[in-house]
Design a binder for this molecule. Structure first.
Ligand SMILES: [Zn+2]
Length: 247
């Protein structure tokens, strides 16, 4: 079995020990980074999920927002198990109306101080014009709030002094890996994890059952094209990120 450094292709020798993935909606993790999550947990990295909304504005239209939130939380928990994640935190912000407010930055700062990750994986705050569906406004707002929470909020004792009163001490994250962006500088060889990424995606039954026959092929094609573009010898599937040093 390859070691973790064999699978992380960037110009950085950083190796995470504890990662926090923060996204806007259930299934964002599984489309963007479940292969990387599985690769990390395979090599002993603890991974925790934080979700800004519960996806309550998704399909199907006939379900109430409350019922859909329950279903989607359960689906995300099942998807997490497939890739070795059992700790999930739901921040409870409204789906379809996420803004990078101080309230959201505070909630994310609290989570960072609670989980104490050295790596945070999130959505890029920059709109990628080549992938417009990845640039949902909730994704951009989540990315902006997460980056602001990593630097400066979570490490600054003077940000949200009430967090100190709650017992959450400042914490500095070492790296952010941004998904769905441009100018990637980190490629993760997920060849051994691709089947689990697909299985995790298929756990989101409420969103994916109607396309369950085509989704695996789509994901294999994306990951395969990414692998070819990466030039990594022997890789058949790759997820790419913009890694940012936040030490
Ligand atoms: Zn989303």
């Amino acid at each position: 079995m390859p070691t973790l450094p064999d699978l992380l292709h960037g110009d950085d020798d950083f190796l995470p020990e504890r990662a926090l993935v923060i996204v806007a909606h259930p299934d964002d993790i599984d489309f963007g980074t479940a292969g990387t999550v599985a690769t990390l947990t395979d090599h002993g990295v603890e991974v925790v999920y934080g979700l800004v909304t519960s996806g309550q504005a998704g399909e199907p239209a006939e379900l109430s927002a409350e019922d859909l939130a329950d279903i989607r939380q359960a689906e995300q928990a099942a998807a997490g198990k497939v890739v070795g994640v059992t700790e999930l935190h739901w921040l409870g912000f409204p789906d379809g109306a996420v803004e990078s407010t101080l309230e959201l930055r505070k909630a994310i700062s609290r989570l960072i101080r609670m989980v104490k990750p050295d790596l945070v994986i999130t959505q890029t705050p920059e709109r990628n014009w080549d992938r417009i569906y990845a640039a949902h406004p909730d994704h951009l707002a989540t990315g902006e709030a997460v980056v602001s929470a990593v630097y400066p909020d979570a490490r600054n004792a003077k940000s949200y002094p009430e967090l100190l009163d709650e017992g959450y001490e400042p914490h500095a994250v070492s790296r952010i890996w941004l998904m769905a962006g441009t100018d990637h500088n980190l490629r993760v060889d997920i060849s051994a994890a691709l089947d689990r990424k697909i299985d995790a995606l298929l756990e989101h039954h409420s969103q994916n059952d109607a396309r369950a026959d085509v989704l695996p092929g789509m994901i294999r094609e994306w990951a395969g094209d990414n692998a070819k573009a990466s030039g990594i010898a022997g890789a058949t599937a790759v997820e790419s990120f913009r890694a940012v040093n936040t030490e």
